[in-house]
Design a protein around this ligand. Structure first.
Ligand code: FAD
Length: 384
């Protein structure tokens, strides 16, 4: 191992830059090299589904260029550079024909969007949005359009539906589930969000899916499994994400639903760590900002010689549907208990309680959404 080699972080999303920032809080000079397949702009990904509501174009959502980050944090950054392999024994990364030594390696390379293989001549009008580059392409394409169809009624599909309505677009949402955000929200809270979006004019086509997308005279025609057709100018596919694990698996690193790491963020291979959307941390795959920030704080200490376990606190997720403000803190997987729900129109307070009456999770919508901070104090942290 070359001990003069830098700490190498692959990825300049929130995980990569948050880790670099945390390292710099403690050590101004440790050699740090960030490598990214994209242009290295620093931006807050959650803001991508608020562009129209905030009246901002894609690049106005970015905070700094790679050059700006290089100066701010005293880093080396290689942009438009894809890692194609890892050689853990040699402590080297493979970048096409080049090999690059690392002292410690951090994988912060995110998740891939799931792409459905839908037949038809209109596939080039389908956009997935999981980074600023995707969002720029979408904003260019949607300019001058009127009708947007969204495949998927998860958090991202619902947020884009609300944001595009705020931007004056006609929006249809198509999903196989019978309500929105299944798996994240209990039914009554999901219905409140769906009703709120419907009242804003979002059309819902639930319990069906898109079978074909074909070019039409002035856009595309989506053929649904329920026999209906929909006309749109552009389609967003928001059907889910899959942590990037392939290169890690090929290097002999243990993977599960994500790249498996313990609470020190160590993979199964020496000197290789992972955090963010690509990681499965102590059994949890949480594709949100608060978990990656907690990981970045702990990992910075570990990398600088003070081994530190990540501690996940209570981490509510805010759903950015301003027509029906929503916060959710799902109960941990496998928790025993039941939802207790109060509903007043689109205001829902749902508490997941165990047999002793302890609140293990919650979802609040509408007027009850302001209770999120108080409720978050009641819910025990994931890591006690
Ligand atoms: P990414 O941001 O995906 O970064 C991955 C980086 O790795 C990129 O720089 C990429 O270029 C690089 N990379 C990938 N492969 C390679 C390779 N082979 N070689 C070199 N570089 C590579 N979370 C919340 O908590 N609250 C929210 O309100 C919220 N809203 C969201 C709204 C939207 C529209 C989306 C899409 C997500 C939202 N999330 C939200 C999720 C949150 O934004 C993500 O969990 C987080 O940004 C993930 O950051 P990351 O750095 O792990 O991954």
């Amino acid at each position: 191992m070359n001990t003069q080699a830098p700490i190498v972080i692959v990825g300049t999303g929130l995980s990569g830059y948050s880790l670099a920032r945390e390292i710099r809080k403690q050590d101004k000079d440790a050699p740090l090299l960030l490598i990214t397949a994209d242009d290295g702009f620093s931006y807050s990904k959650p803001m991508l589904s608020t562009g129209f509501t905030k009246g901002k174009a894609a690049d106005e959502l970015a905070q700094a260029t790679a050059e700006g980050m290089r100066e701010q944090l005293n880093l080396q950054i290689r942009t438009h550079t894809s890692v194609s392999g890892i050689d853990p024994e040699a402590h080297e990364l493979v970048l096409g024909d080049e090999r690059l030594s690392y002292h410690k390696l951090v994988l912060a390379w995110g998740a891939d969007v799931i792409r459905l293989d839908i037949p038809g001549s209109g596939r080039d009008r389908v956009f997935s949005i999981n980074d600023l580059v995707d969002y720029r392409a979408f904003r260019d394409a949607v300019e001058g359009s009127r009708r947007v169809a969204i495949m998927g009624a998860g958090l991202i599909g619902c947020e884009f539906a609300n944001d595009l309505r705020n931007g004056g677009y006609e929006v249809d949402v198509i999903a196989p589930s019978d309500t929105v955000m299944p798996g994240l929200l209990p039914r009554e809270a999901a219905e409140a969000v769906r009703d709120g979006l419907a009242a804003e004019g979002v059309g819902f086509h639930l319990e069906t899916h898109v079978e074909r997308i074909d070019k039409s005279a002035d856009g595309v025609t989506l053929s649904l499994a329920n026999g209906r057709t929909l006309e749109a100018d552009i389609v967003i596919s928001a059907v889910g994400l899959r942590p990037r694990t392939e290169l890690a698996r090929a290097a002999g690193i243990e993977v599960g639903r994500g790249i498996k790491v313990n609470r020190y963020l160590e993979t199964s291979v020496e000197d290789v760590y992972a955090l963010g959307d690509c990681a499965e941390v102590d059994g949890h795959v949480l594709l949100y900002v608060l978990p990656l920030m907690a990981c970045a704080r702990a990992l910075a200490k570990t990398l600088l010689g003070e081994p530190t376990q990540v501690s996940y606190g209570t981490m509510p997720v805010m759903v950015k549907t301003p027509c029906c403000p929503t916060a959710v803190c799902p109960p941990p997987g496998g928790a025993q208990g039941a939802w207790q729900v109060e509903r007043d129109g689109n205001s829902v307070r749902a508490l997941f309680r165990d047999a002793d009456g302890r609140t293990l999770g919650f979802a609040v919508t509408g007027d009850y959404a302001i209770e999120k901070q108080a409720l978050a104090k009641e819910v025990p942290p994931l890591h006690a």
